[in-house]
Design a protein around this ligand. Structure first.
Ligand SMILES: [Zn+2]
Ligand SMILES: [Zn+2]
Length: 319
């Protein structure tokens, strides 16, 4: 059956993004909702645009970030809907919810090991992008934990696209060449690629996930922020090019043995910004982005990595 898809944009208090894109999907008596916005206020926005969330059968969460999962509990409580999301992301949120202090401590420890000045510890913990909403995941019932590619019903399938987060999921309506990509592919900004506990090479995984989507031959991308757009392969190539030049730039920045924080403070970020211009959350994202690129460079033999005085540093191979 032909699925009818409607975009609902809800406001979010994140400066660089402003809104999150939620999608109502109706097909053959089924009502799906892709993502839930940042908090309970999404419900009001959805009602205002004519969508009663009590109708939702399945809430389809693309990934663990608070601007996508924050409204989930309120939506499930009102509708009794099922929830489908990536198993890896669900496990991370539950682990944070069960021990938020332990999570913060490990995050700060890793950041300090990678050169973050210790005076910034408390502001660093404040800028963590998902801890505030994670506790809701102890009360949520998530019945479809996705770890392999499969389908939700006759019309909607899903594929794992790790990279932006370890358990990122894209939902597809293959008959209509549609992909609900979450933050895996965005049109106007390049998705942030950071680091997660226990994960080796998030950038490498991300680049592989881009190829996986390219292999699907889809037409329209319905992203987690912004409006649907066409030309997915071209956009994927642009994003790959962005990472390739950022890898070159970061490799060059490692002329001397440098920590990830030192590299992050010396390179120029999007729109000509520097680390000192950013708020806590943006700074954590930039730091994670530098570290994920350094780990990828080190695993592909372009930089060396060593740990001295409990600080991890990197130096380019070719000097
Ligand atoms: Zn995200
Ligand atoms: Zn997002």
């Amino acid at each position: 059956m032909h699925a009818v898809v409607k975009l609902h944009e809800v406001e979010i208090p994140i400066r660089a993004l402003k809104t999150a894109s939620l999608y109502e999907i109706r097909t053959d008596g089924f009502v799906g909702l892709v993502d839930s916005g940042m908090n309970d206020l999404s419900i009001n926005s959805l009602h205002a645009s004519g969508f009663d969330v009590r109708e939702v059968d399945v809430l389809m969460l693309t990934h663990l970030h608070v601007d996508h999962v924050g409204g989930s509990l309120a939506i499930q409580q009102l509708s009794g809907c099922r929830i489908a999301m990536g198993e890896n992301d669900y496990r991370i949120l539950v682990a944070i919810a069960e021990d938020p202090e332990g999570f913060k401590k490990r995050y700060v420890k890793r950041a300090i090991e990678n050169g973050f000045p210790s005076g910034l510890e408390s502001s660093m913990a404040k800028g963590l992008p998902f801890s505030s909403e994670a506790r809701k995941f102890l009360d949520l019932e998530v019945d479809t934990l996705i770890k392999d590619d499969a389908s939700l019903n006759d019309d909607i399938s899903y594929i794992t696209v790790p990279g932006h987060s370890p358990g990122s999921i894209a939902f597809l309506i293959r008959d209509q060449d549609l992909i609900f990509a979450g933050d895996h592919i965005l049109q106007r900004i390049t998705p942030n690629i950071g680091v997660y506990e226990g994960d080796q090479d998030m950038l490498g995984e991300y680049l592989r996930s881009l190829e996986k989507v390219k292999g699907e031959k889809l037409k329209t991308c319905l992203p987690g922020h912004g409006h649907p757009f066409e030309g997915i392969s071209d956009r994927i190539e642009e994003i790959k090019k962005h990472h390739s030049s950022r890898l070159d730039e970061i490799e060059l920045a490692c002329k001397e043995w440098s920590s990830a924080f030192s590299v992050a403070s010396r390179i120029t970020w999007n729109r000509g910004r520097h680390l000192s211009d950013m708020n806590e959350m943006e700074r954590n994202f930039a730091f994670g982005e530098a570290l994920s690129h350094l780990i990828h460079l080190s695993l592909t033999g372009r930089v060396m990595m060593k740990s001295t005085d409990r600080i991890v540093r990197f130096k380019r191979q070719s000097d």
